[in-house]
Write a protein that binds this ligand. Structure first.
Ligand code: FE2
Length: 422
């Protein structure tokens, strides 16, 4: 007897219906008609099964802290950083943990079963680091959490930034982060990138830097990050997050930059919800969108994923951790509504993001982890348009979240009828 059998699911656009057999936490077989005795059988009724959503860029230490100690009135990145600084002295481990666990309930219900979260390492107590390490380990059966050591106030700009970074890594934080555009000078930014990449190389870790989150076209730390990746042999293990200045860079310069990034096998994470809100704030009209050049990066074969970045914190007042909402914003803000582009955006919140995190066993083939989501939609385009109900969220062959099918009823005068938004 197997653990779980899913019947009548579609796994791609216009693909025939399949059954999926899961046992011992893995997918055993995917084929059109499986007969097996199972502990649990789910009829997917022709709806779509996808590997879980992956959020490749998040800030779990700040999440759900909106309004503490005050609301961000200007809505800007810099006021957000100031509010976070004001909140830090009042943070408690209990409150950070309670907010993180509340958020993770939302994540699981929305089918996000892997999250890369940055955690501030410039707080001398490293309270956020300790709490999120605990949360990562306690929640590991439910969701893969990867922590990035993030020197929010600057590696060189903040007191003891370097030693705190090293202590966070010693404690078991997974990935080396950075924020070169926030250092005092361009030269310090360059120096911080080199130091952090050397640290990652020495410890065999991945790198994910907040890089060039600015509208200044001369913020070009991504060039240094790409160079250091090559110099230290870190190809495929380095991610440039945000990269918003790329939006404003000179086209000629970008035509040189993108092939270099492709050569270094860089990963990029774009955060359309948050950066559509934070960028262009110093502009009059026209106001810049301020997102990295995603279609062009993808055309160069560079792995691009999308992140939620923030949910109800000093930087962003909205969100439920729905990665399809992120992809939906991406479709508009990046001019990516073409059919194939929508496919690419779906990849950006699933398989591309899993590649950024370096997840093992991700996918819907036999042998992969039995992690998947059944959506109340029958195609990727429908999923992007509808942000559909996550009917079942499955982790290692076990249902961890369930939401009933949502069907509206309308009465146009001839009695109630069901509305199908498809
Ligand atoms: Fe971020």
């Amino acid at each position: 007897m197997i653990d779980l059998l899913i019947k009548n699911a579609t796994i791609g656009n216009n693909s025939p219906l399949v059954d999926i057999a899961c046992h011992d936490g893995r997918i055993m077989e995917v084929s059109p008609s499986l007969e097996a005795e199972a502990m649990q059988t789910i009829d997917a009724k022709g709806y779509m099964v996808t590997p879980p959503f992956v959020d490749s860029h998040f800030h779990m230490d700040a999440t759900l802290s909106m309004g503490l100690p005050r609301l961000n009135q200007s809505g800007t990145l810099l006021e957000g950083i100031r509010i976070w600084g004001e909140l830090k002295p009042d943070l408690t481990p209990e409150a950070i943990k309670a907010r993180a666990l509340k958020l993770l309930r939302w994540s699981v219900a929305k089918g996000n079963l892997a999250i890369r979260t940055h955690v501030d390492t410039t707080d001398p107590t490293l309270m956020g680091v300790d709490v999120l390490l605990e949360v990562r380990d306690e929640m590991k059966d439910l969701v893969d959490i990867q922590l990035v050591a993030f020197p929010q106030d600057g590696l060189l700009r903040s007191e003891n930034g370097v030693s705190l970074m090293c202590r966070a890594l010693d404690k078991g934080v997974d990935v080396v982060g950075g924020i070169p555009h926030f250092e005092r000078t361009m030269e310090d930014g360059r120096k911080s990138v080199a130091m952090l990449c050397e640290l990652a190389a020495a410890r065999g870790l991945m790198v994910d830097m907040h890089c060039d989150e600015s509208d200044d076209p001369h913020s070009r730390h991504i060039e240094t990050l790409t160079f250091e990746t090559q110099r230290l042999g870190l190809q495929g293990r380095v991610t440039g997050s945000h990269l918003t200045s790329m939006h404003s860079m000179d086209n000629y310069y970008v035509s040189k930059l993108l092939p270099l990034m492709a050569e270094a096998n860089m990963n990029c994470v774009c955060n359309p919800l948050v950066n559509m809100n934070l960028q262009g704030r110093h502009d009059t009209y026209p106001k810049r969108r301020g997102l990295m050049r995603v279609p062009e990066l993808m055309d160069h074969g560079i792995n691009v994923s999308l992140g939620h970045d923030d949910i109800m914190d000093p930087w962003y007042p909205m969100g439920t951790h729905d990665m399809l909402e992120v992809a939906h914003m991406g479709a508009h803000a990046l001019h990516m509504t073409g059919v194939n582009q929508q496919n690419l955006l779906f990849d950006a919140v699933t398989v591309n993001a899993s590649q950024t995190l370096g997840l093992k066993g991700y996918g819907l083939e036999a042998g992969c982890n039995a992690d998947m989501v059944i959506l109340q939609a029958t195609s990727r385009m429908e999923a992007l348009r509808l942000h559909p109900t996550r009917l079942f969220v499955i982790r290692r062959g076990r249902v961890v979240s369930e939401t009933p099918e949502v069907l509206a009823t309308v009465n146009m005068g001839n009695g109630p009828e069901t509305v199908d938004f498809r």
